[in-house]
Design a protein around this ligand. Sequence first.
Ligand code: C2E
Ligand code: MG
Ligand code: MG
Length: 388
Amino acid sequence: MASTYRIELKSGDILFREGDAPTTAFLVESGVLRITTERDGEPVLLGDLSAGALVGEMAVLDDSHRTATATALSGCVLTPIDRAQFAERLHAADPVVRALLLSQLSRYRTALATFTGNGSVPVSPTAGVESAHALDKIRLESQLRNAMENRELEIRLQPIQHIASGNLAGYEALTRWTHPERGVVSPADFIALAEETSLIVPVGEYVLGEVCTALRRIADEAPHERLFIAFNVSGRQVGDAEYVARVLAQLRAHAIAPAQLKLEITESLVLDYGKIGTLIERAHAAGMQVALDDFGTGYSNLGHLHKLAFDTIKIDQGFIRQLDDPRCLAIVRAVINMAAALGCTVVAEGVETPAQLAQLKMLGCQFAQGWLVGKPATVDDAIAALMR
Ligand code: C2E
Ligand code: MG
Ligand code: MG
């Protein structure tokens, strides 16, 4: 009967028995398989499976013993599916989807065990750990939805300095979430979580609203300042055809000129030139600038700079931190020169020391952002600093 890609059974042959260890699942190509389980020593019919049905996949998914017996009712042809094929896909799946699947499986097994009177079914411990992790994610996601309603999300403004004059040019808005029990949750964690689902869209809208409110307050309370706020746009928002229109609507509602808002798109995204090109065109048509964030990390590709008309390149802090390394210095110098040739301005991120700032000034870098210039501050503190 055996071949690695095709199994043939005669009527009455048993494919696997209740209690067997799982090795393989099967796709029924032809014929009928009867699935039974034992109750008080008697076989009970669970169902008949015919062409197109999967059989034996449950035990392979959760690594439990077979909870039923499969017997050919007629001549059958089956394609075996190695457990590794399922395991690989299952591991690649979204952990939340995996938790849902394993939870349903465990519920079915419990129901089956109750029905047959075979007691409880042990669940593999790794499934438990994984589910706990996935459930924690679901919990955090619900809390993030709540956080917007309770206004627990806040923006901090980090100053960006014009190096030659030493003047403040604007800020980058960085989002902070203070969870009532977990404390401060890093944006690296909750933005990544929000980006896994469409939750990033309301989070992004919320942050944009906060940015517009801050720009309005700066215009009202420090009218002599002409400052911009740069704000991080996530990959999902980039793909939204109406995105720029919605940004403009928010700006209009707060009576803010589009030139005061800059969009940052991180290079760690696999950039979709078509979509980002359209976004940049629309932003430019409205008078808004767009920056390429974290340049030099992620999917660095000169095509980004060739195909996309970014106004600003933000050199990632990883390079600025190592400016004392001659190779790193050579790269930063080359990026600044390349940006100048392309007509782009450069912001150095993560500037922490006077030596780094002096070096950047010598290289002709226009803007600096980092703890030396200022840490991210609340909007109140940023406005108070403008008044001094
Ligand atoms: P980013 O846009 O590259 O922001 C700069 C990050 O570097 C910020 O981290 C900032 O606090 C940190 N930083 C600034 N200066 C220094 C310095 O001198 N030294 C060091 N060591 N770090 C410095 P943060 O606030 O943790 O944000 C991390 C990332 O999360 C941001 O990187 C951005 O990609 C993302 N992010 C933050 N807020 C938002 C948001 O509202 N929406 C989206 N889509 N992403 C956001
Ligand atoms: Mg940024
Ligand atoms: Mg950055």
